[in-house]
Ligand binder design. Structure first.
Ligand SMILES: Cc1cc2nc3c(=O)[nH]c(=O)nc-3n(C[C@H](O)[C@H](O)[C@H](O)COP(=O)(O)OP(=O)(O)OC[C@H]3O[C@@H](n4cnc5c(N)ncnc54)[C@H](O)[C@@H]3O)c2cc1C
Length: 416
């Protein structure tokens, strides 16, 4: 049986970030990845903020930047926002994962590909013993003082340690269209119940002449592929572009909604495994990497103290929720409002944003990692926006206005 300080399950952005931090603190770290190479298959549109580049310490995987977005309502409404400079980055997602894995390996973490966490085989000397299964069917046992579950939305680690799963997983479907010919400085967002109830459809330029077109929607019996096909028809109709010969299909899920606990005795969950995903966009790279850093700090302290009890590791829950929980809560609230909007109301909202002063606010305060700040600024600036969806507000708000979370952007959330 192999013995390590930390077993990280999953070599995505969250797992590699935690592995590097712990290896830098001289702990023995093994990263088990079920696939035969890091970064594949890609299950992501690859749109990130500057914060991801900062956390990764590189921009070597950036393919281009975007300056703005056009949002299309379900019928005819549309609104375009454009900043003077780069507002988000389109990345080679496999390249990001490889870069993070290289960095973790250089810090001393060992990687074992073709190694899938299968089950928790038991406990020895109060440390969890994990069983990994390899591509050739052989099995290895690893005794680690802490297991970090960074194994994505279907997290086998969370299930093995009996940690509750997110209430909602949005089915997602995406394809890459080469030579597609859209504007490479803008992201397109498509709203509507027939295309993407519960979230939205997107078209993101890949800066190689093509686009990543995808959709994530509430699970309601209609397949994500059906929603995707409707989205493609809609883009062709609205934009007059021909989307042909798709490549690189992605079928996956996006966890939304918090889970009660992301730690227990001997285990921490990070990234999608912990549902650390922005509820309004489904993006989880920045939040997963940041929470992985926090997890590594808590794991480091626990290793120094030799105490891996649930109480000690619960500091992780408190710490990441202290930093990001407020934003998640506000964004959840806004999403609950959003999913109640009818197509007519969605169109009215998009229409009402098409005013110079509101577009100016979006450009000034828009932040893809902390969107509640701009939402609050818009609501404060334009009470008519609130009046546009009285049913949705009424359903959520009830008669108690104090149930509305404080959407104050706060000093740290001011425009970047
Ligand atoms: C269609 C789509 C588009 C998206 N677009 C964006 C975007 O533009 N921007 C953004 O920020 N986010 C986006 N996301 C979300 C983003 O991809 C995730 O939040 C992010 O990948 C989470 O990182 P992670 O490290 O937690 O998990 P993952 O990246 O899912 O990595 C988990 C790793 O664990 C491995 N693994 C799984 N099970 C096991 C096991 N049992 N044993 C060993 N290894 C295992 C997997 O192979 C994988 O390598 C998108 C998601 C989808 C589905």
């Amino acid at each position: 049986m192999e013995e390590v300080d930390v077993l990280v399950v999953g070599a995505g952005p969250a797992g590699c970030t935690a592995a590097r931090r712990l290896a830098m603190d001289s702990h023995s770290v093994l990263v088990a990845e079920e696939h035969d190479r890091v970064g594949h298959p890609v299950q992501c549109a690859g749109l990130v903020s500057q914060r991801v580049l900062d956390l990764a310490g590189s921009d070597g995987f950036v393919q281009g930047s975007v300056q703005g977005a056009t949002v299309f309502g379900p019928a005819s409404a549309q609104v375009t926002f454009r900043a003077a400079g780069a507002r988000a980055f389109v990345i080679d997602r496999a390249g990001l994962d490889r870069h993070l894995a290289d960095r973790a390996a250089r810090a001393g973490a060992r990687f074992s590909v073709d190694s899938k966490f299968d089950r928790l085989a038991g406990w020895e000397d109060e440390a969890p013993v994990s069983e990994l299964v390899h591509a050739d069917g052989t099995r290895t046992k690893v005794r680690a003082r802490i297991v970090i579950g960074a194994d994505g939305v279907t997290s086998a680690v969370a299930r093995a340690f009996r940690l509750r799963r997110p209430v909602e997983i949005l089915p997602a479907f995406e394809a890459e269209f080469p030579s597609e010919g859209g504007d490479d400085q803008e992201v397109e967002v498509y709203l509507g119940r027939s295309i993407a109830p519960g979230l939205f459809g997107w078209s993101i330029p890949d800066h190689d002449g093509g686009a990543r077109v995808g959709v994530a929607a509430s699970a309601d019996g209609t397949s994500a592929r059906t929603y995707f096909e409707r989205l493609v028809s809609r883009i062709e109709r609205v934009r007059g572009r021909r989307l042909r010969n798709p490549t690189s299909f992605i079928v996956s899920g996006i966890p939304v909604g918090s889970v009660p606990r992301t730690s227990a005795e001997g285990v921490l969950l990070v990234g999608d495994a912990a549902a650390q995903v922005k509820p309004l966009s489904g993006g989880g790279i920045y939040t997963g990497m940041r929470c992985a850093e926090i997890a590594a700090e808590v794991a480091h302290e626990a290793l120094l103290a030799g105490d891996f009890s649930a109480n000690v590791l619960a500091r992780y829950d408190a710490s990441w929720k202290g930093e990001l929980g407020g934003e998640f809560e506000k964004a959840q609230y806004l999403r609950r409002l959003f999913v109640r909007l009818t197509d007519r109301e969605l169109d009215a909202v998009v229409d009402s944003l098409d005013r110079a002063e509101l577009k100016g606010t979006i450009v000034a305060f828009g932040d893809i990692d902390f969107p509640s700040g701009v939402a609050r600024a818009l609501l404060a600036q334009s009470p008519s926006l609130v009046r546009l969806f009285p049913k949705a507000l009424g359903a959520l708000w009830g008669s108690r206005r104090d149930q509305l979370p404080d959407l104050d952007p706060g000093p740290r959330r001011q425009a970047r």
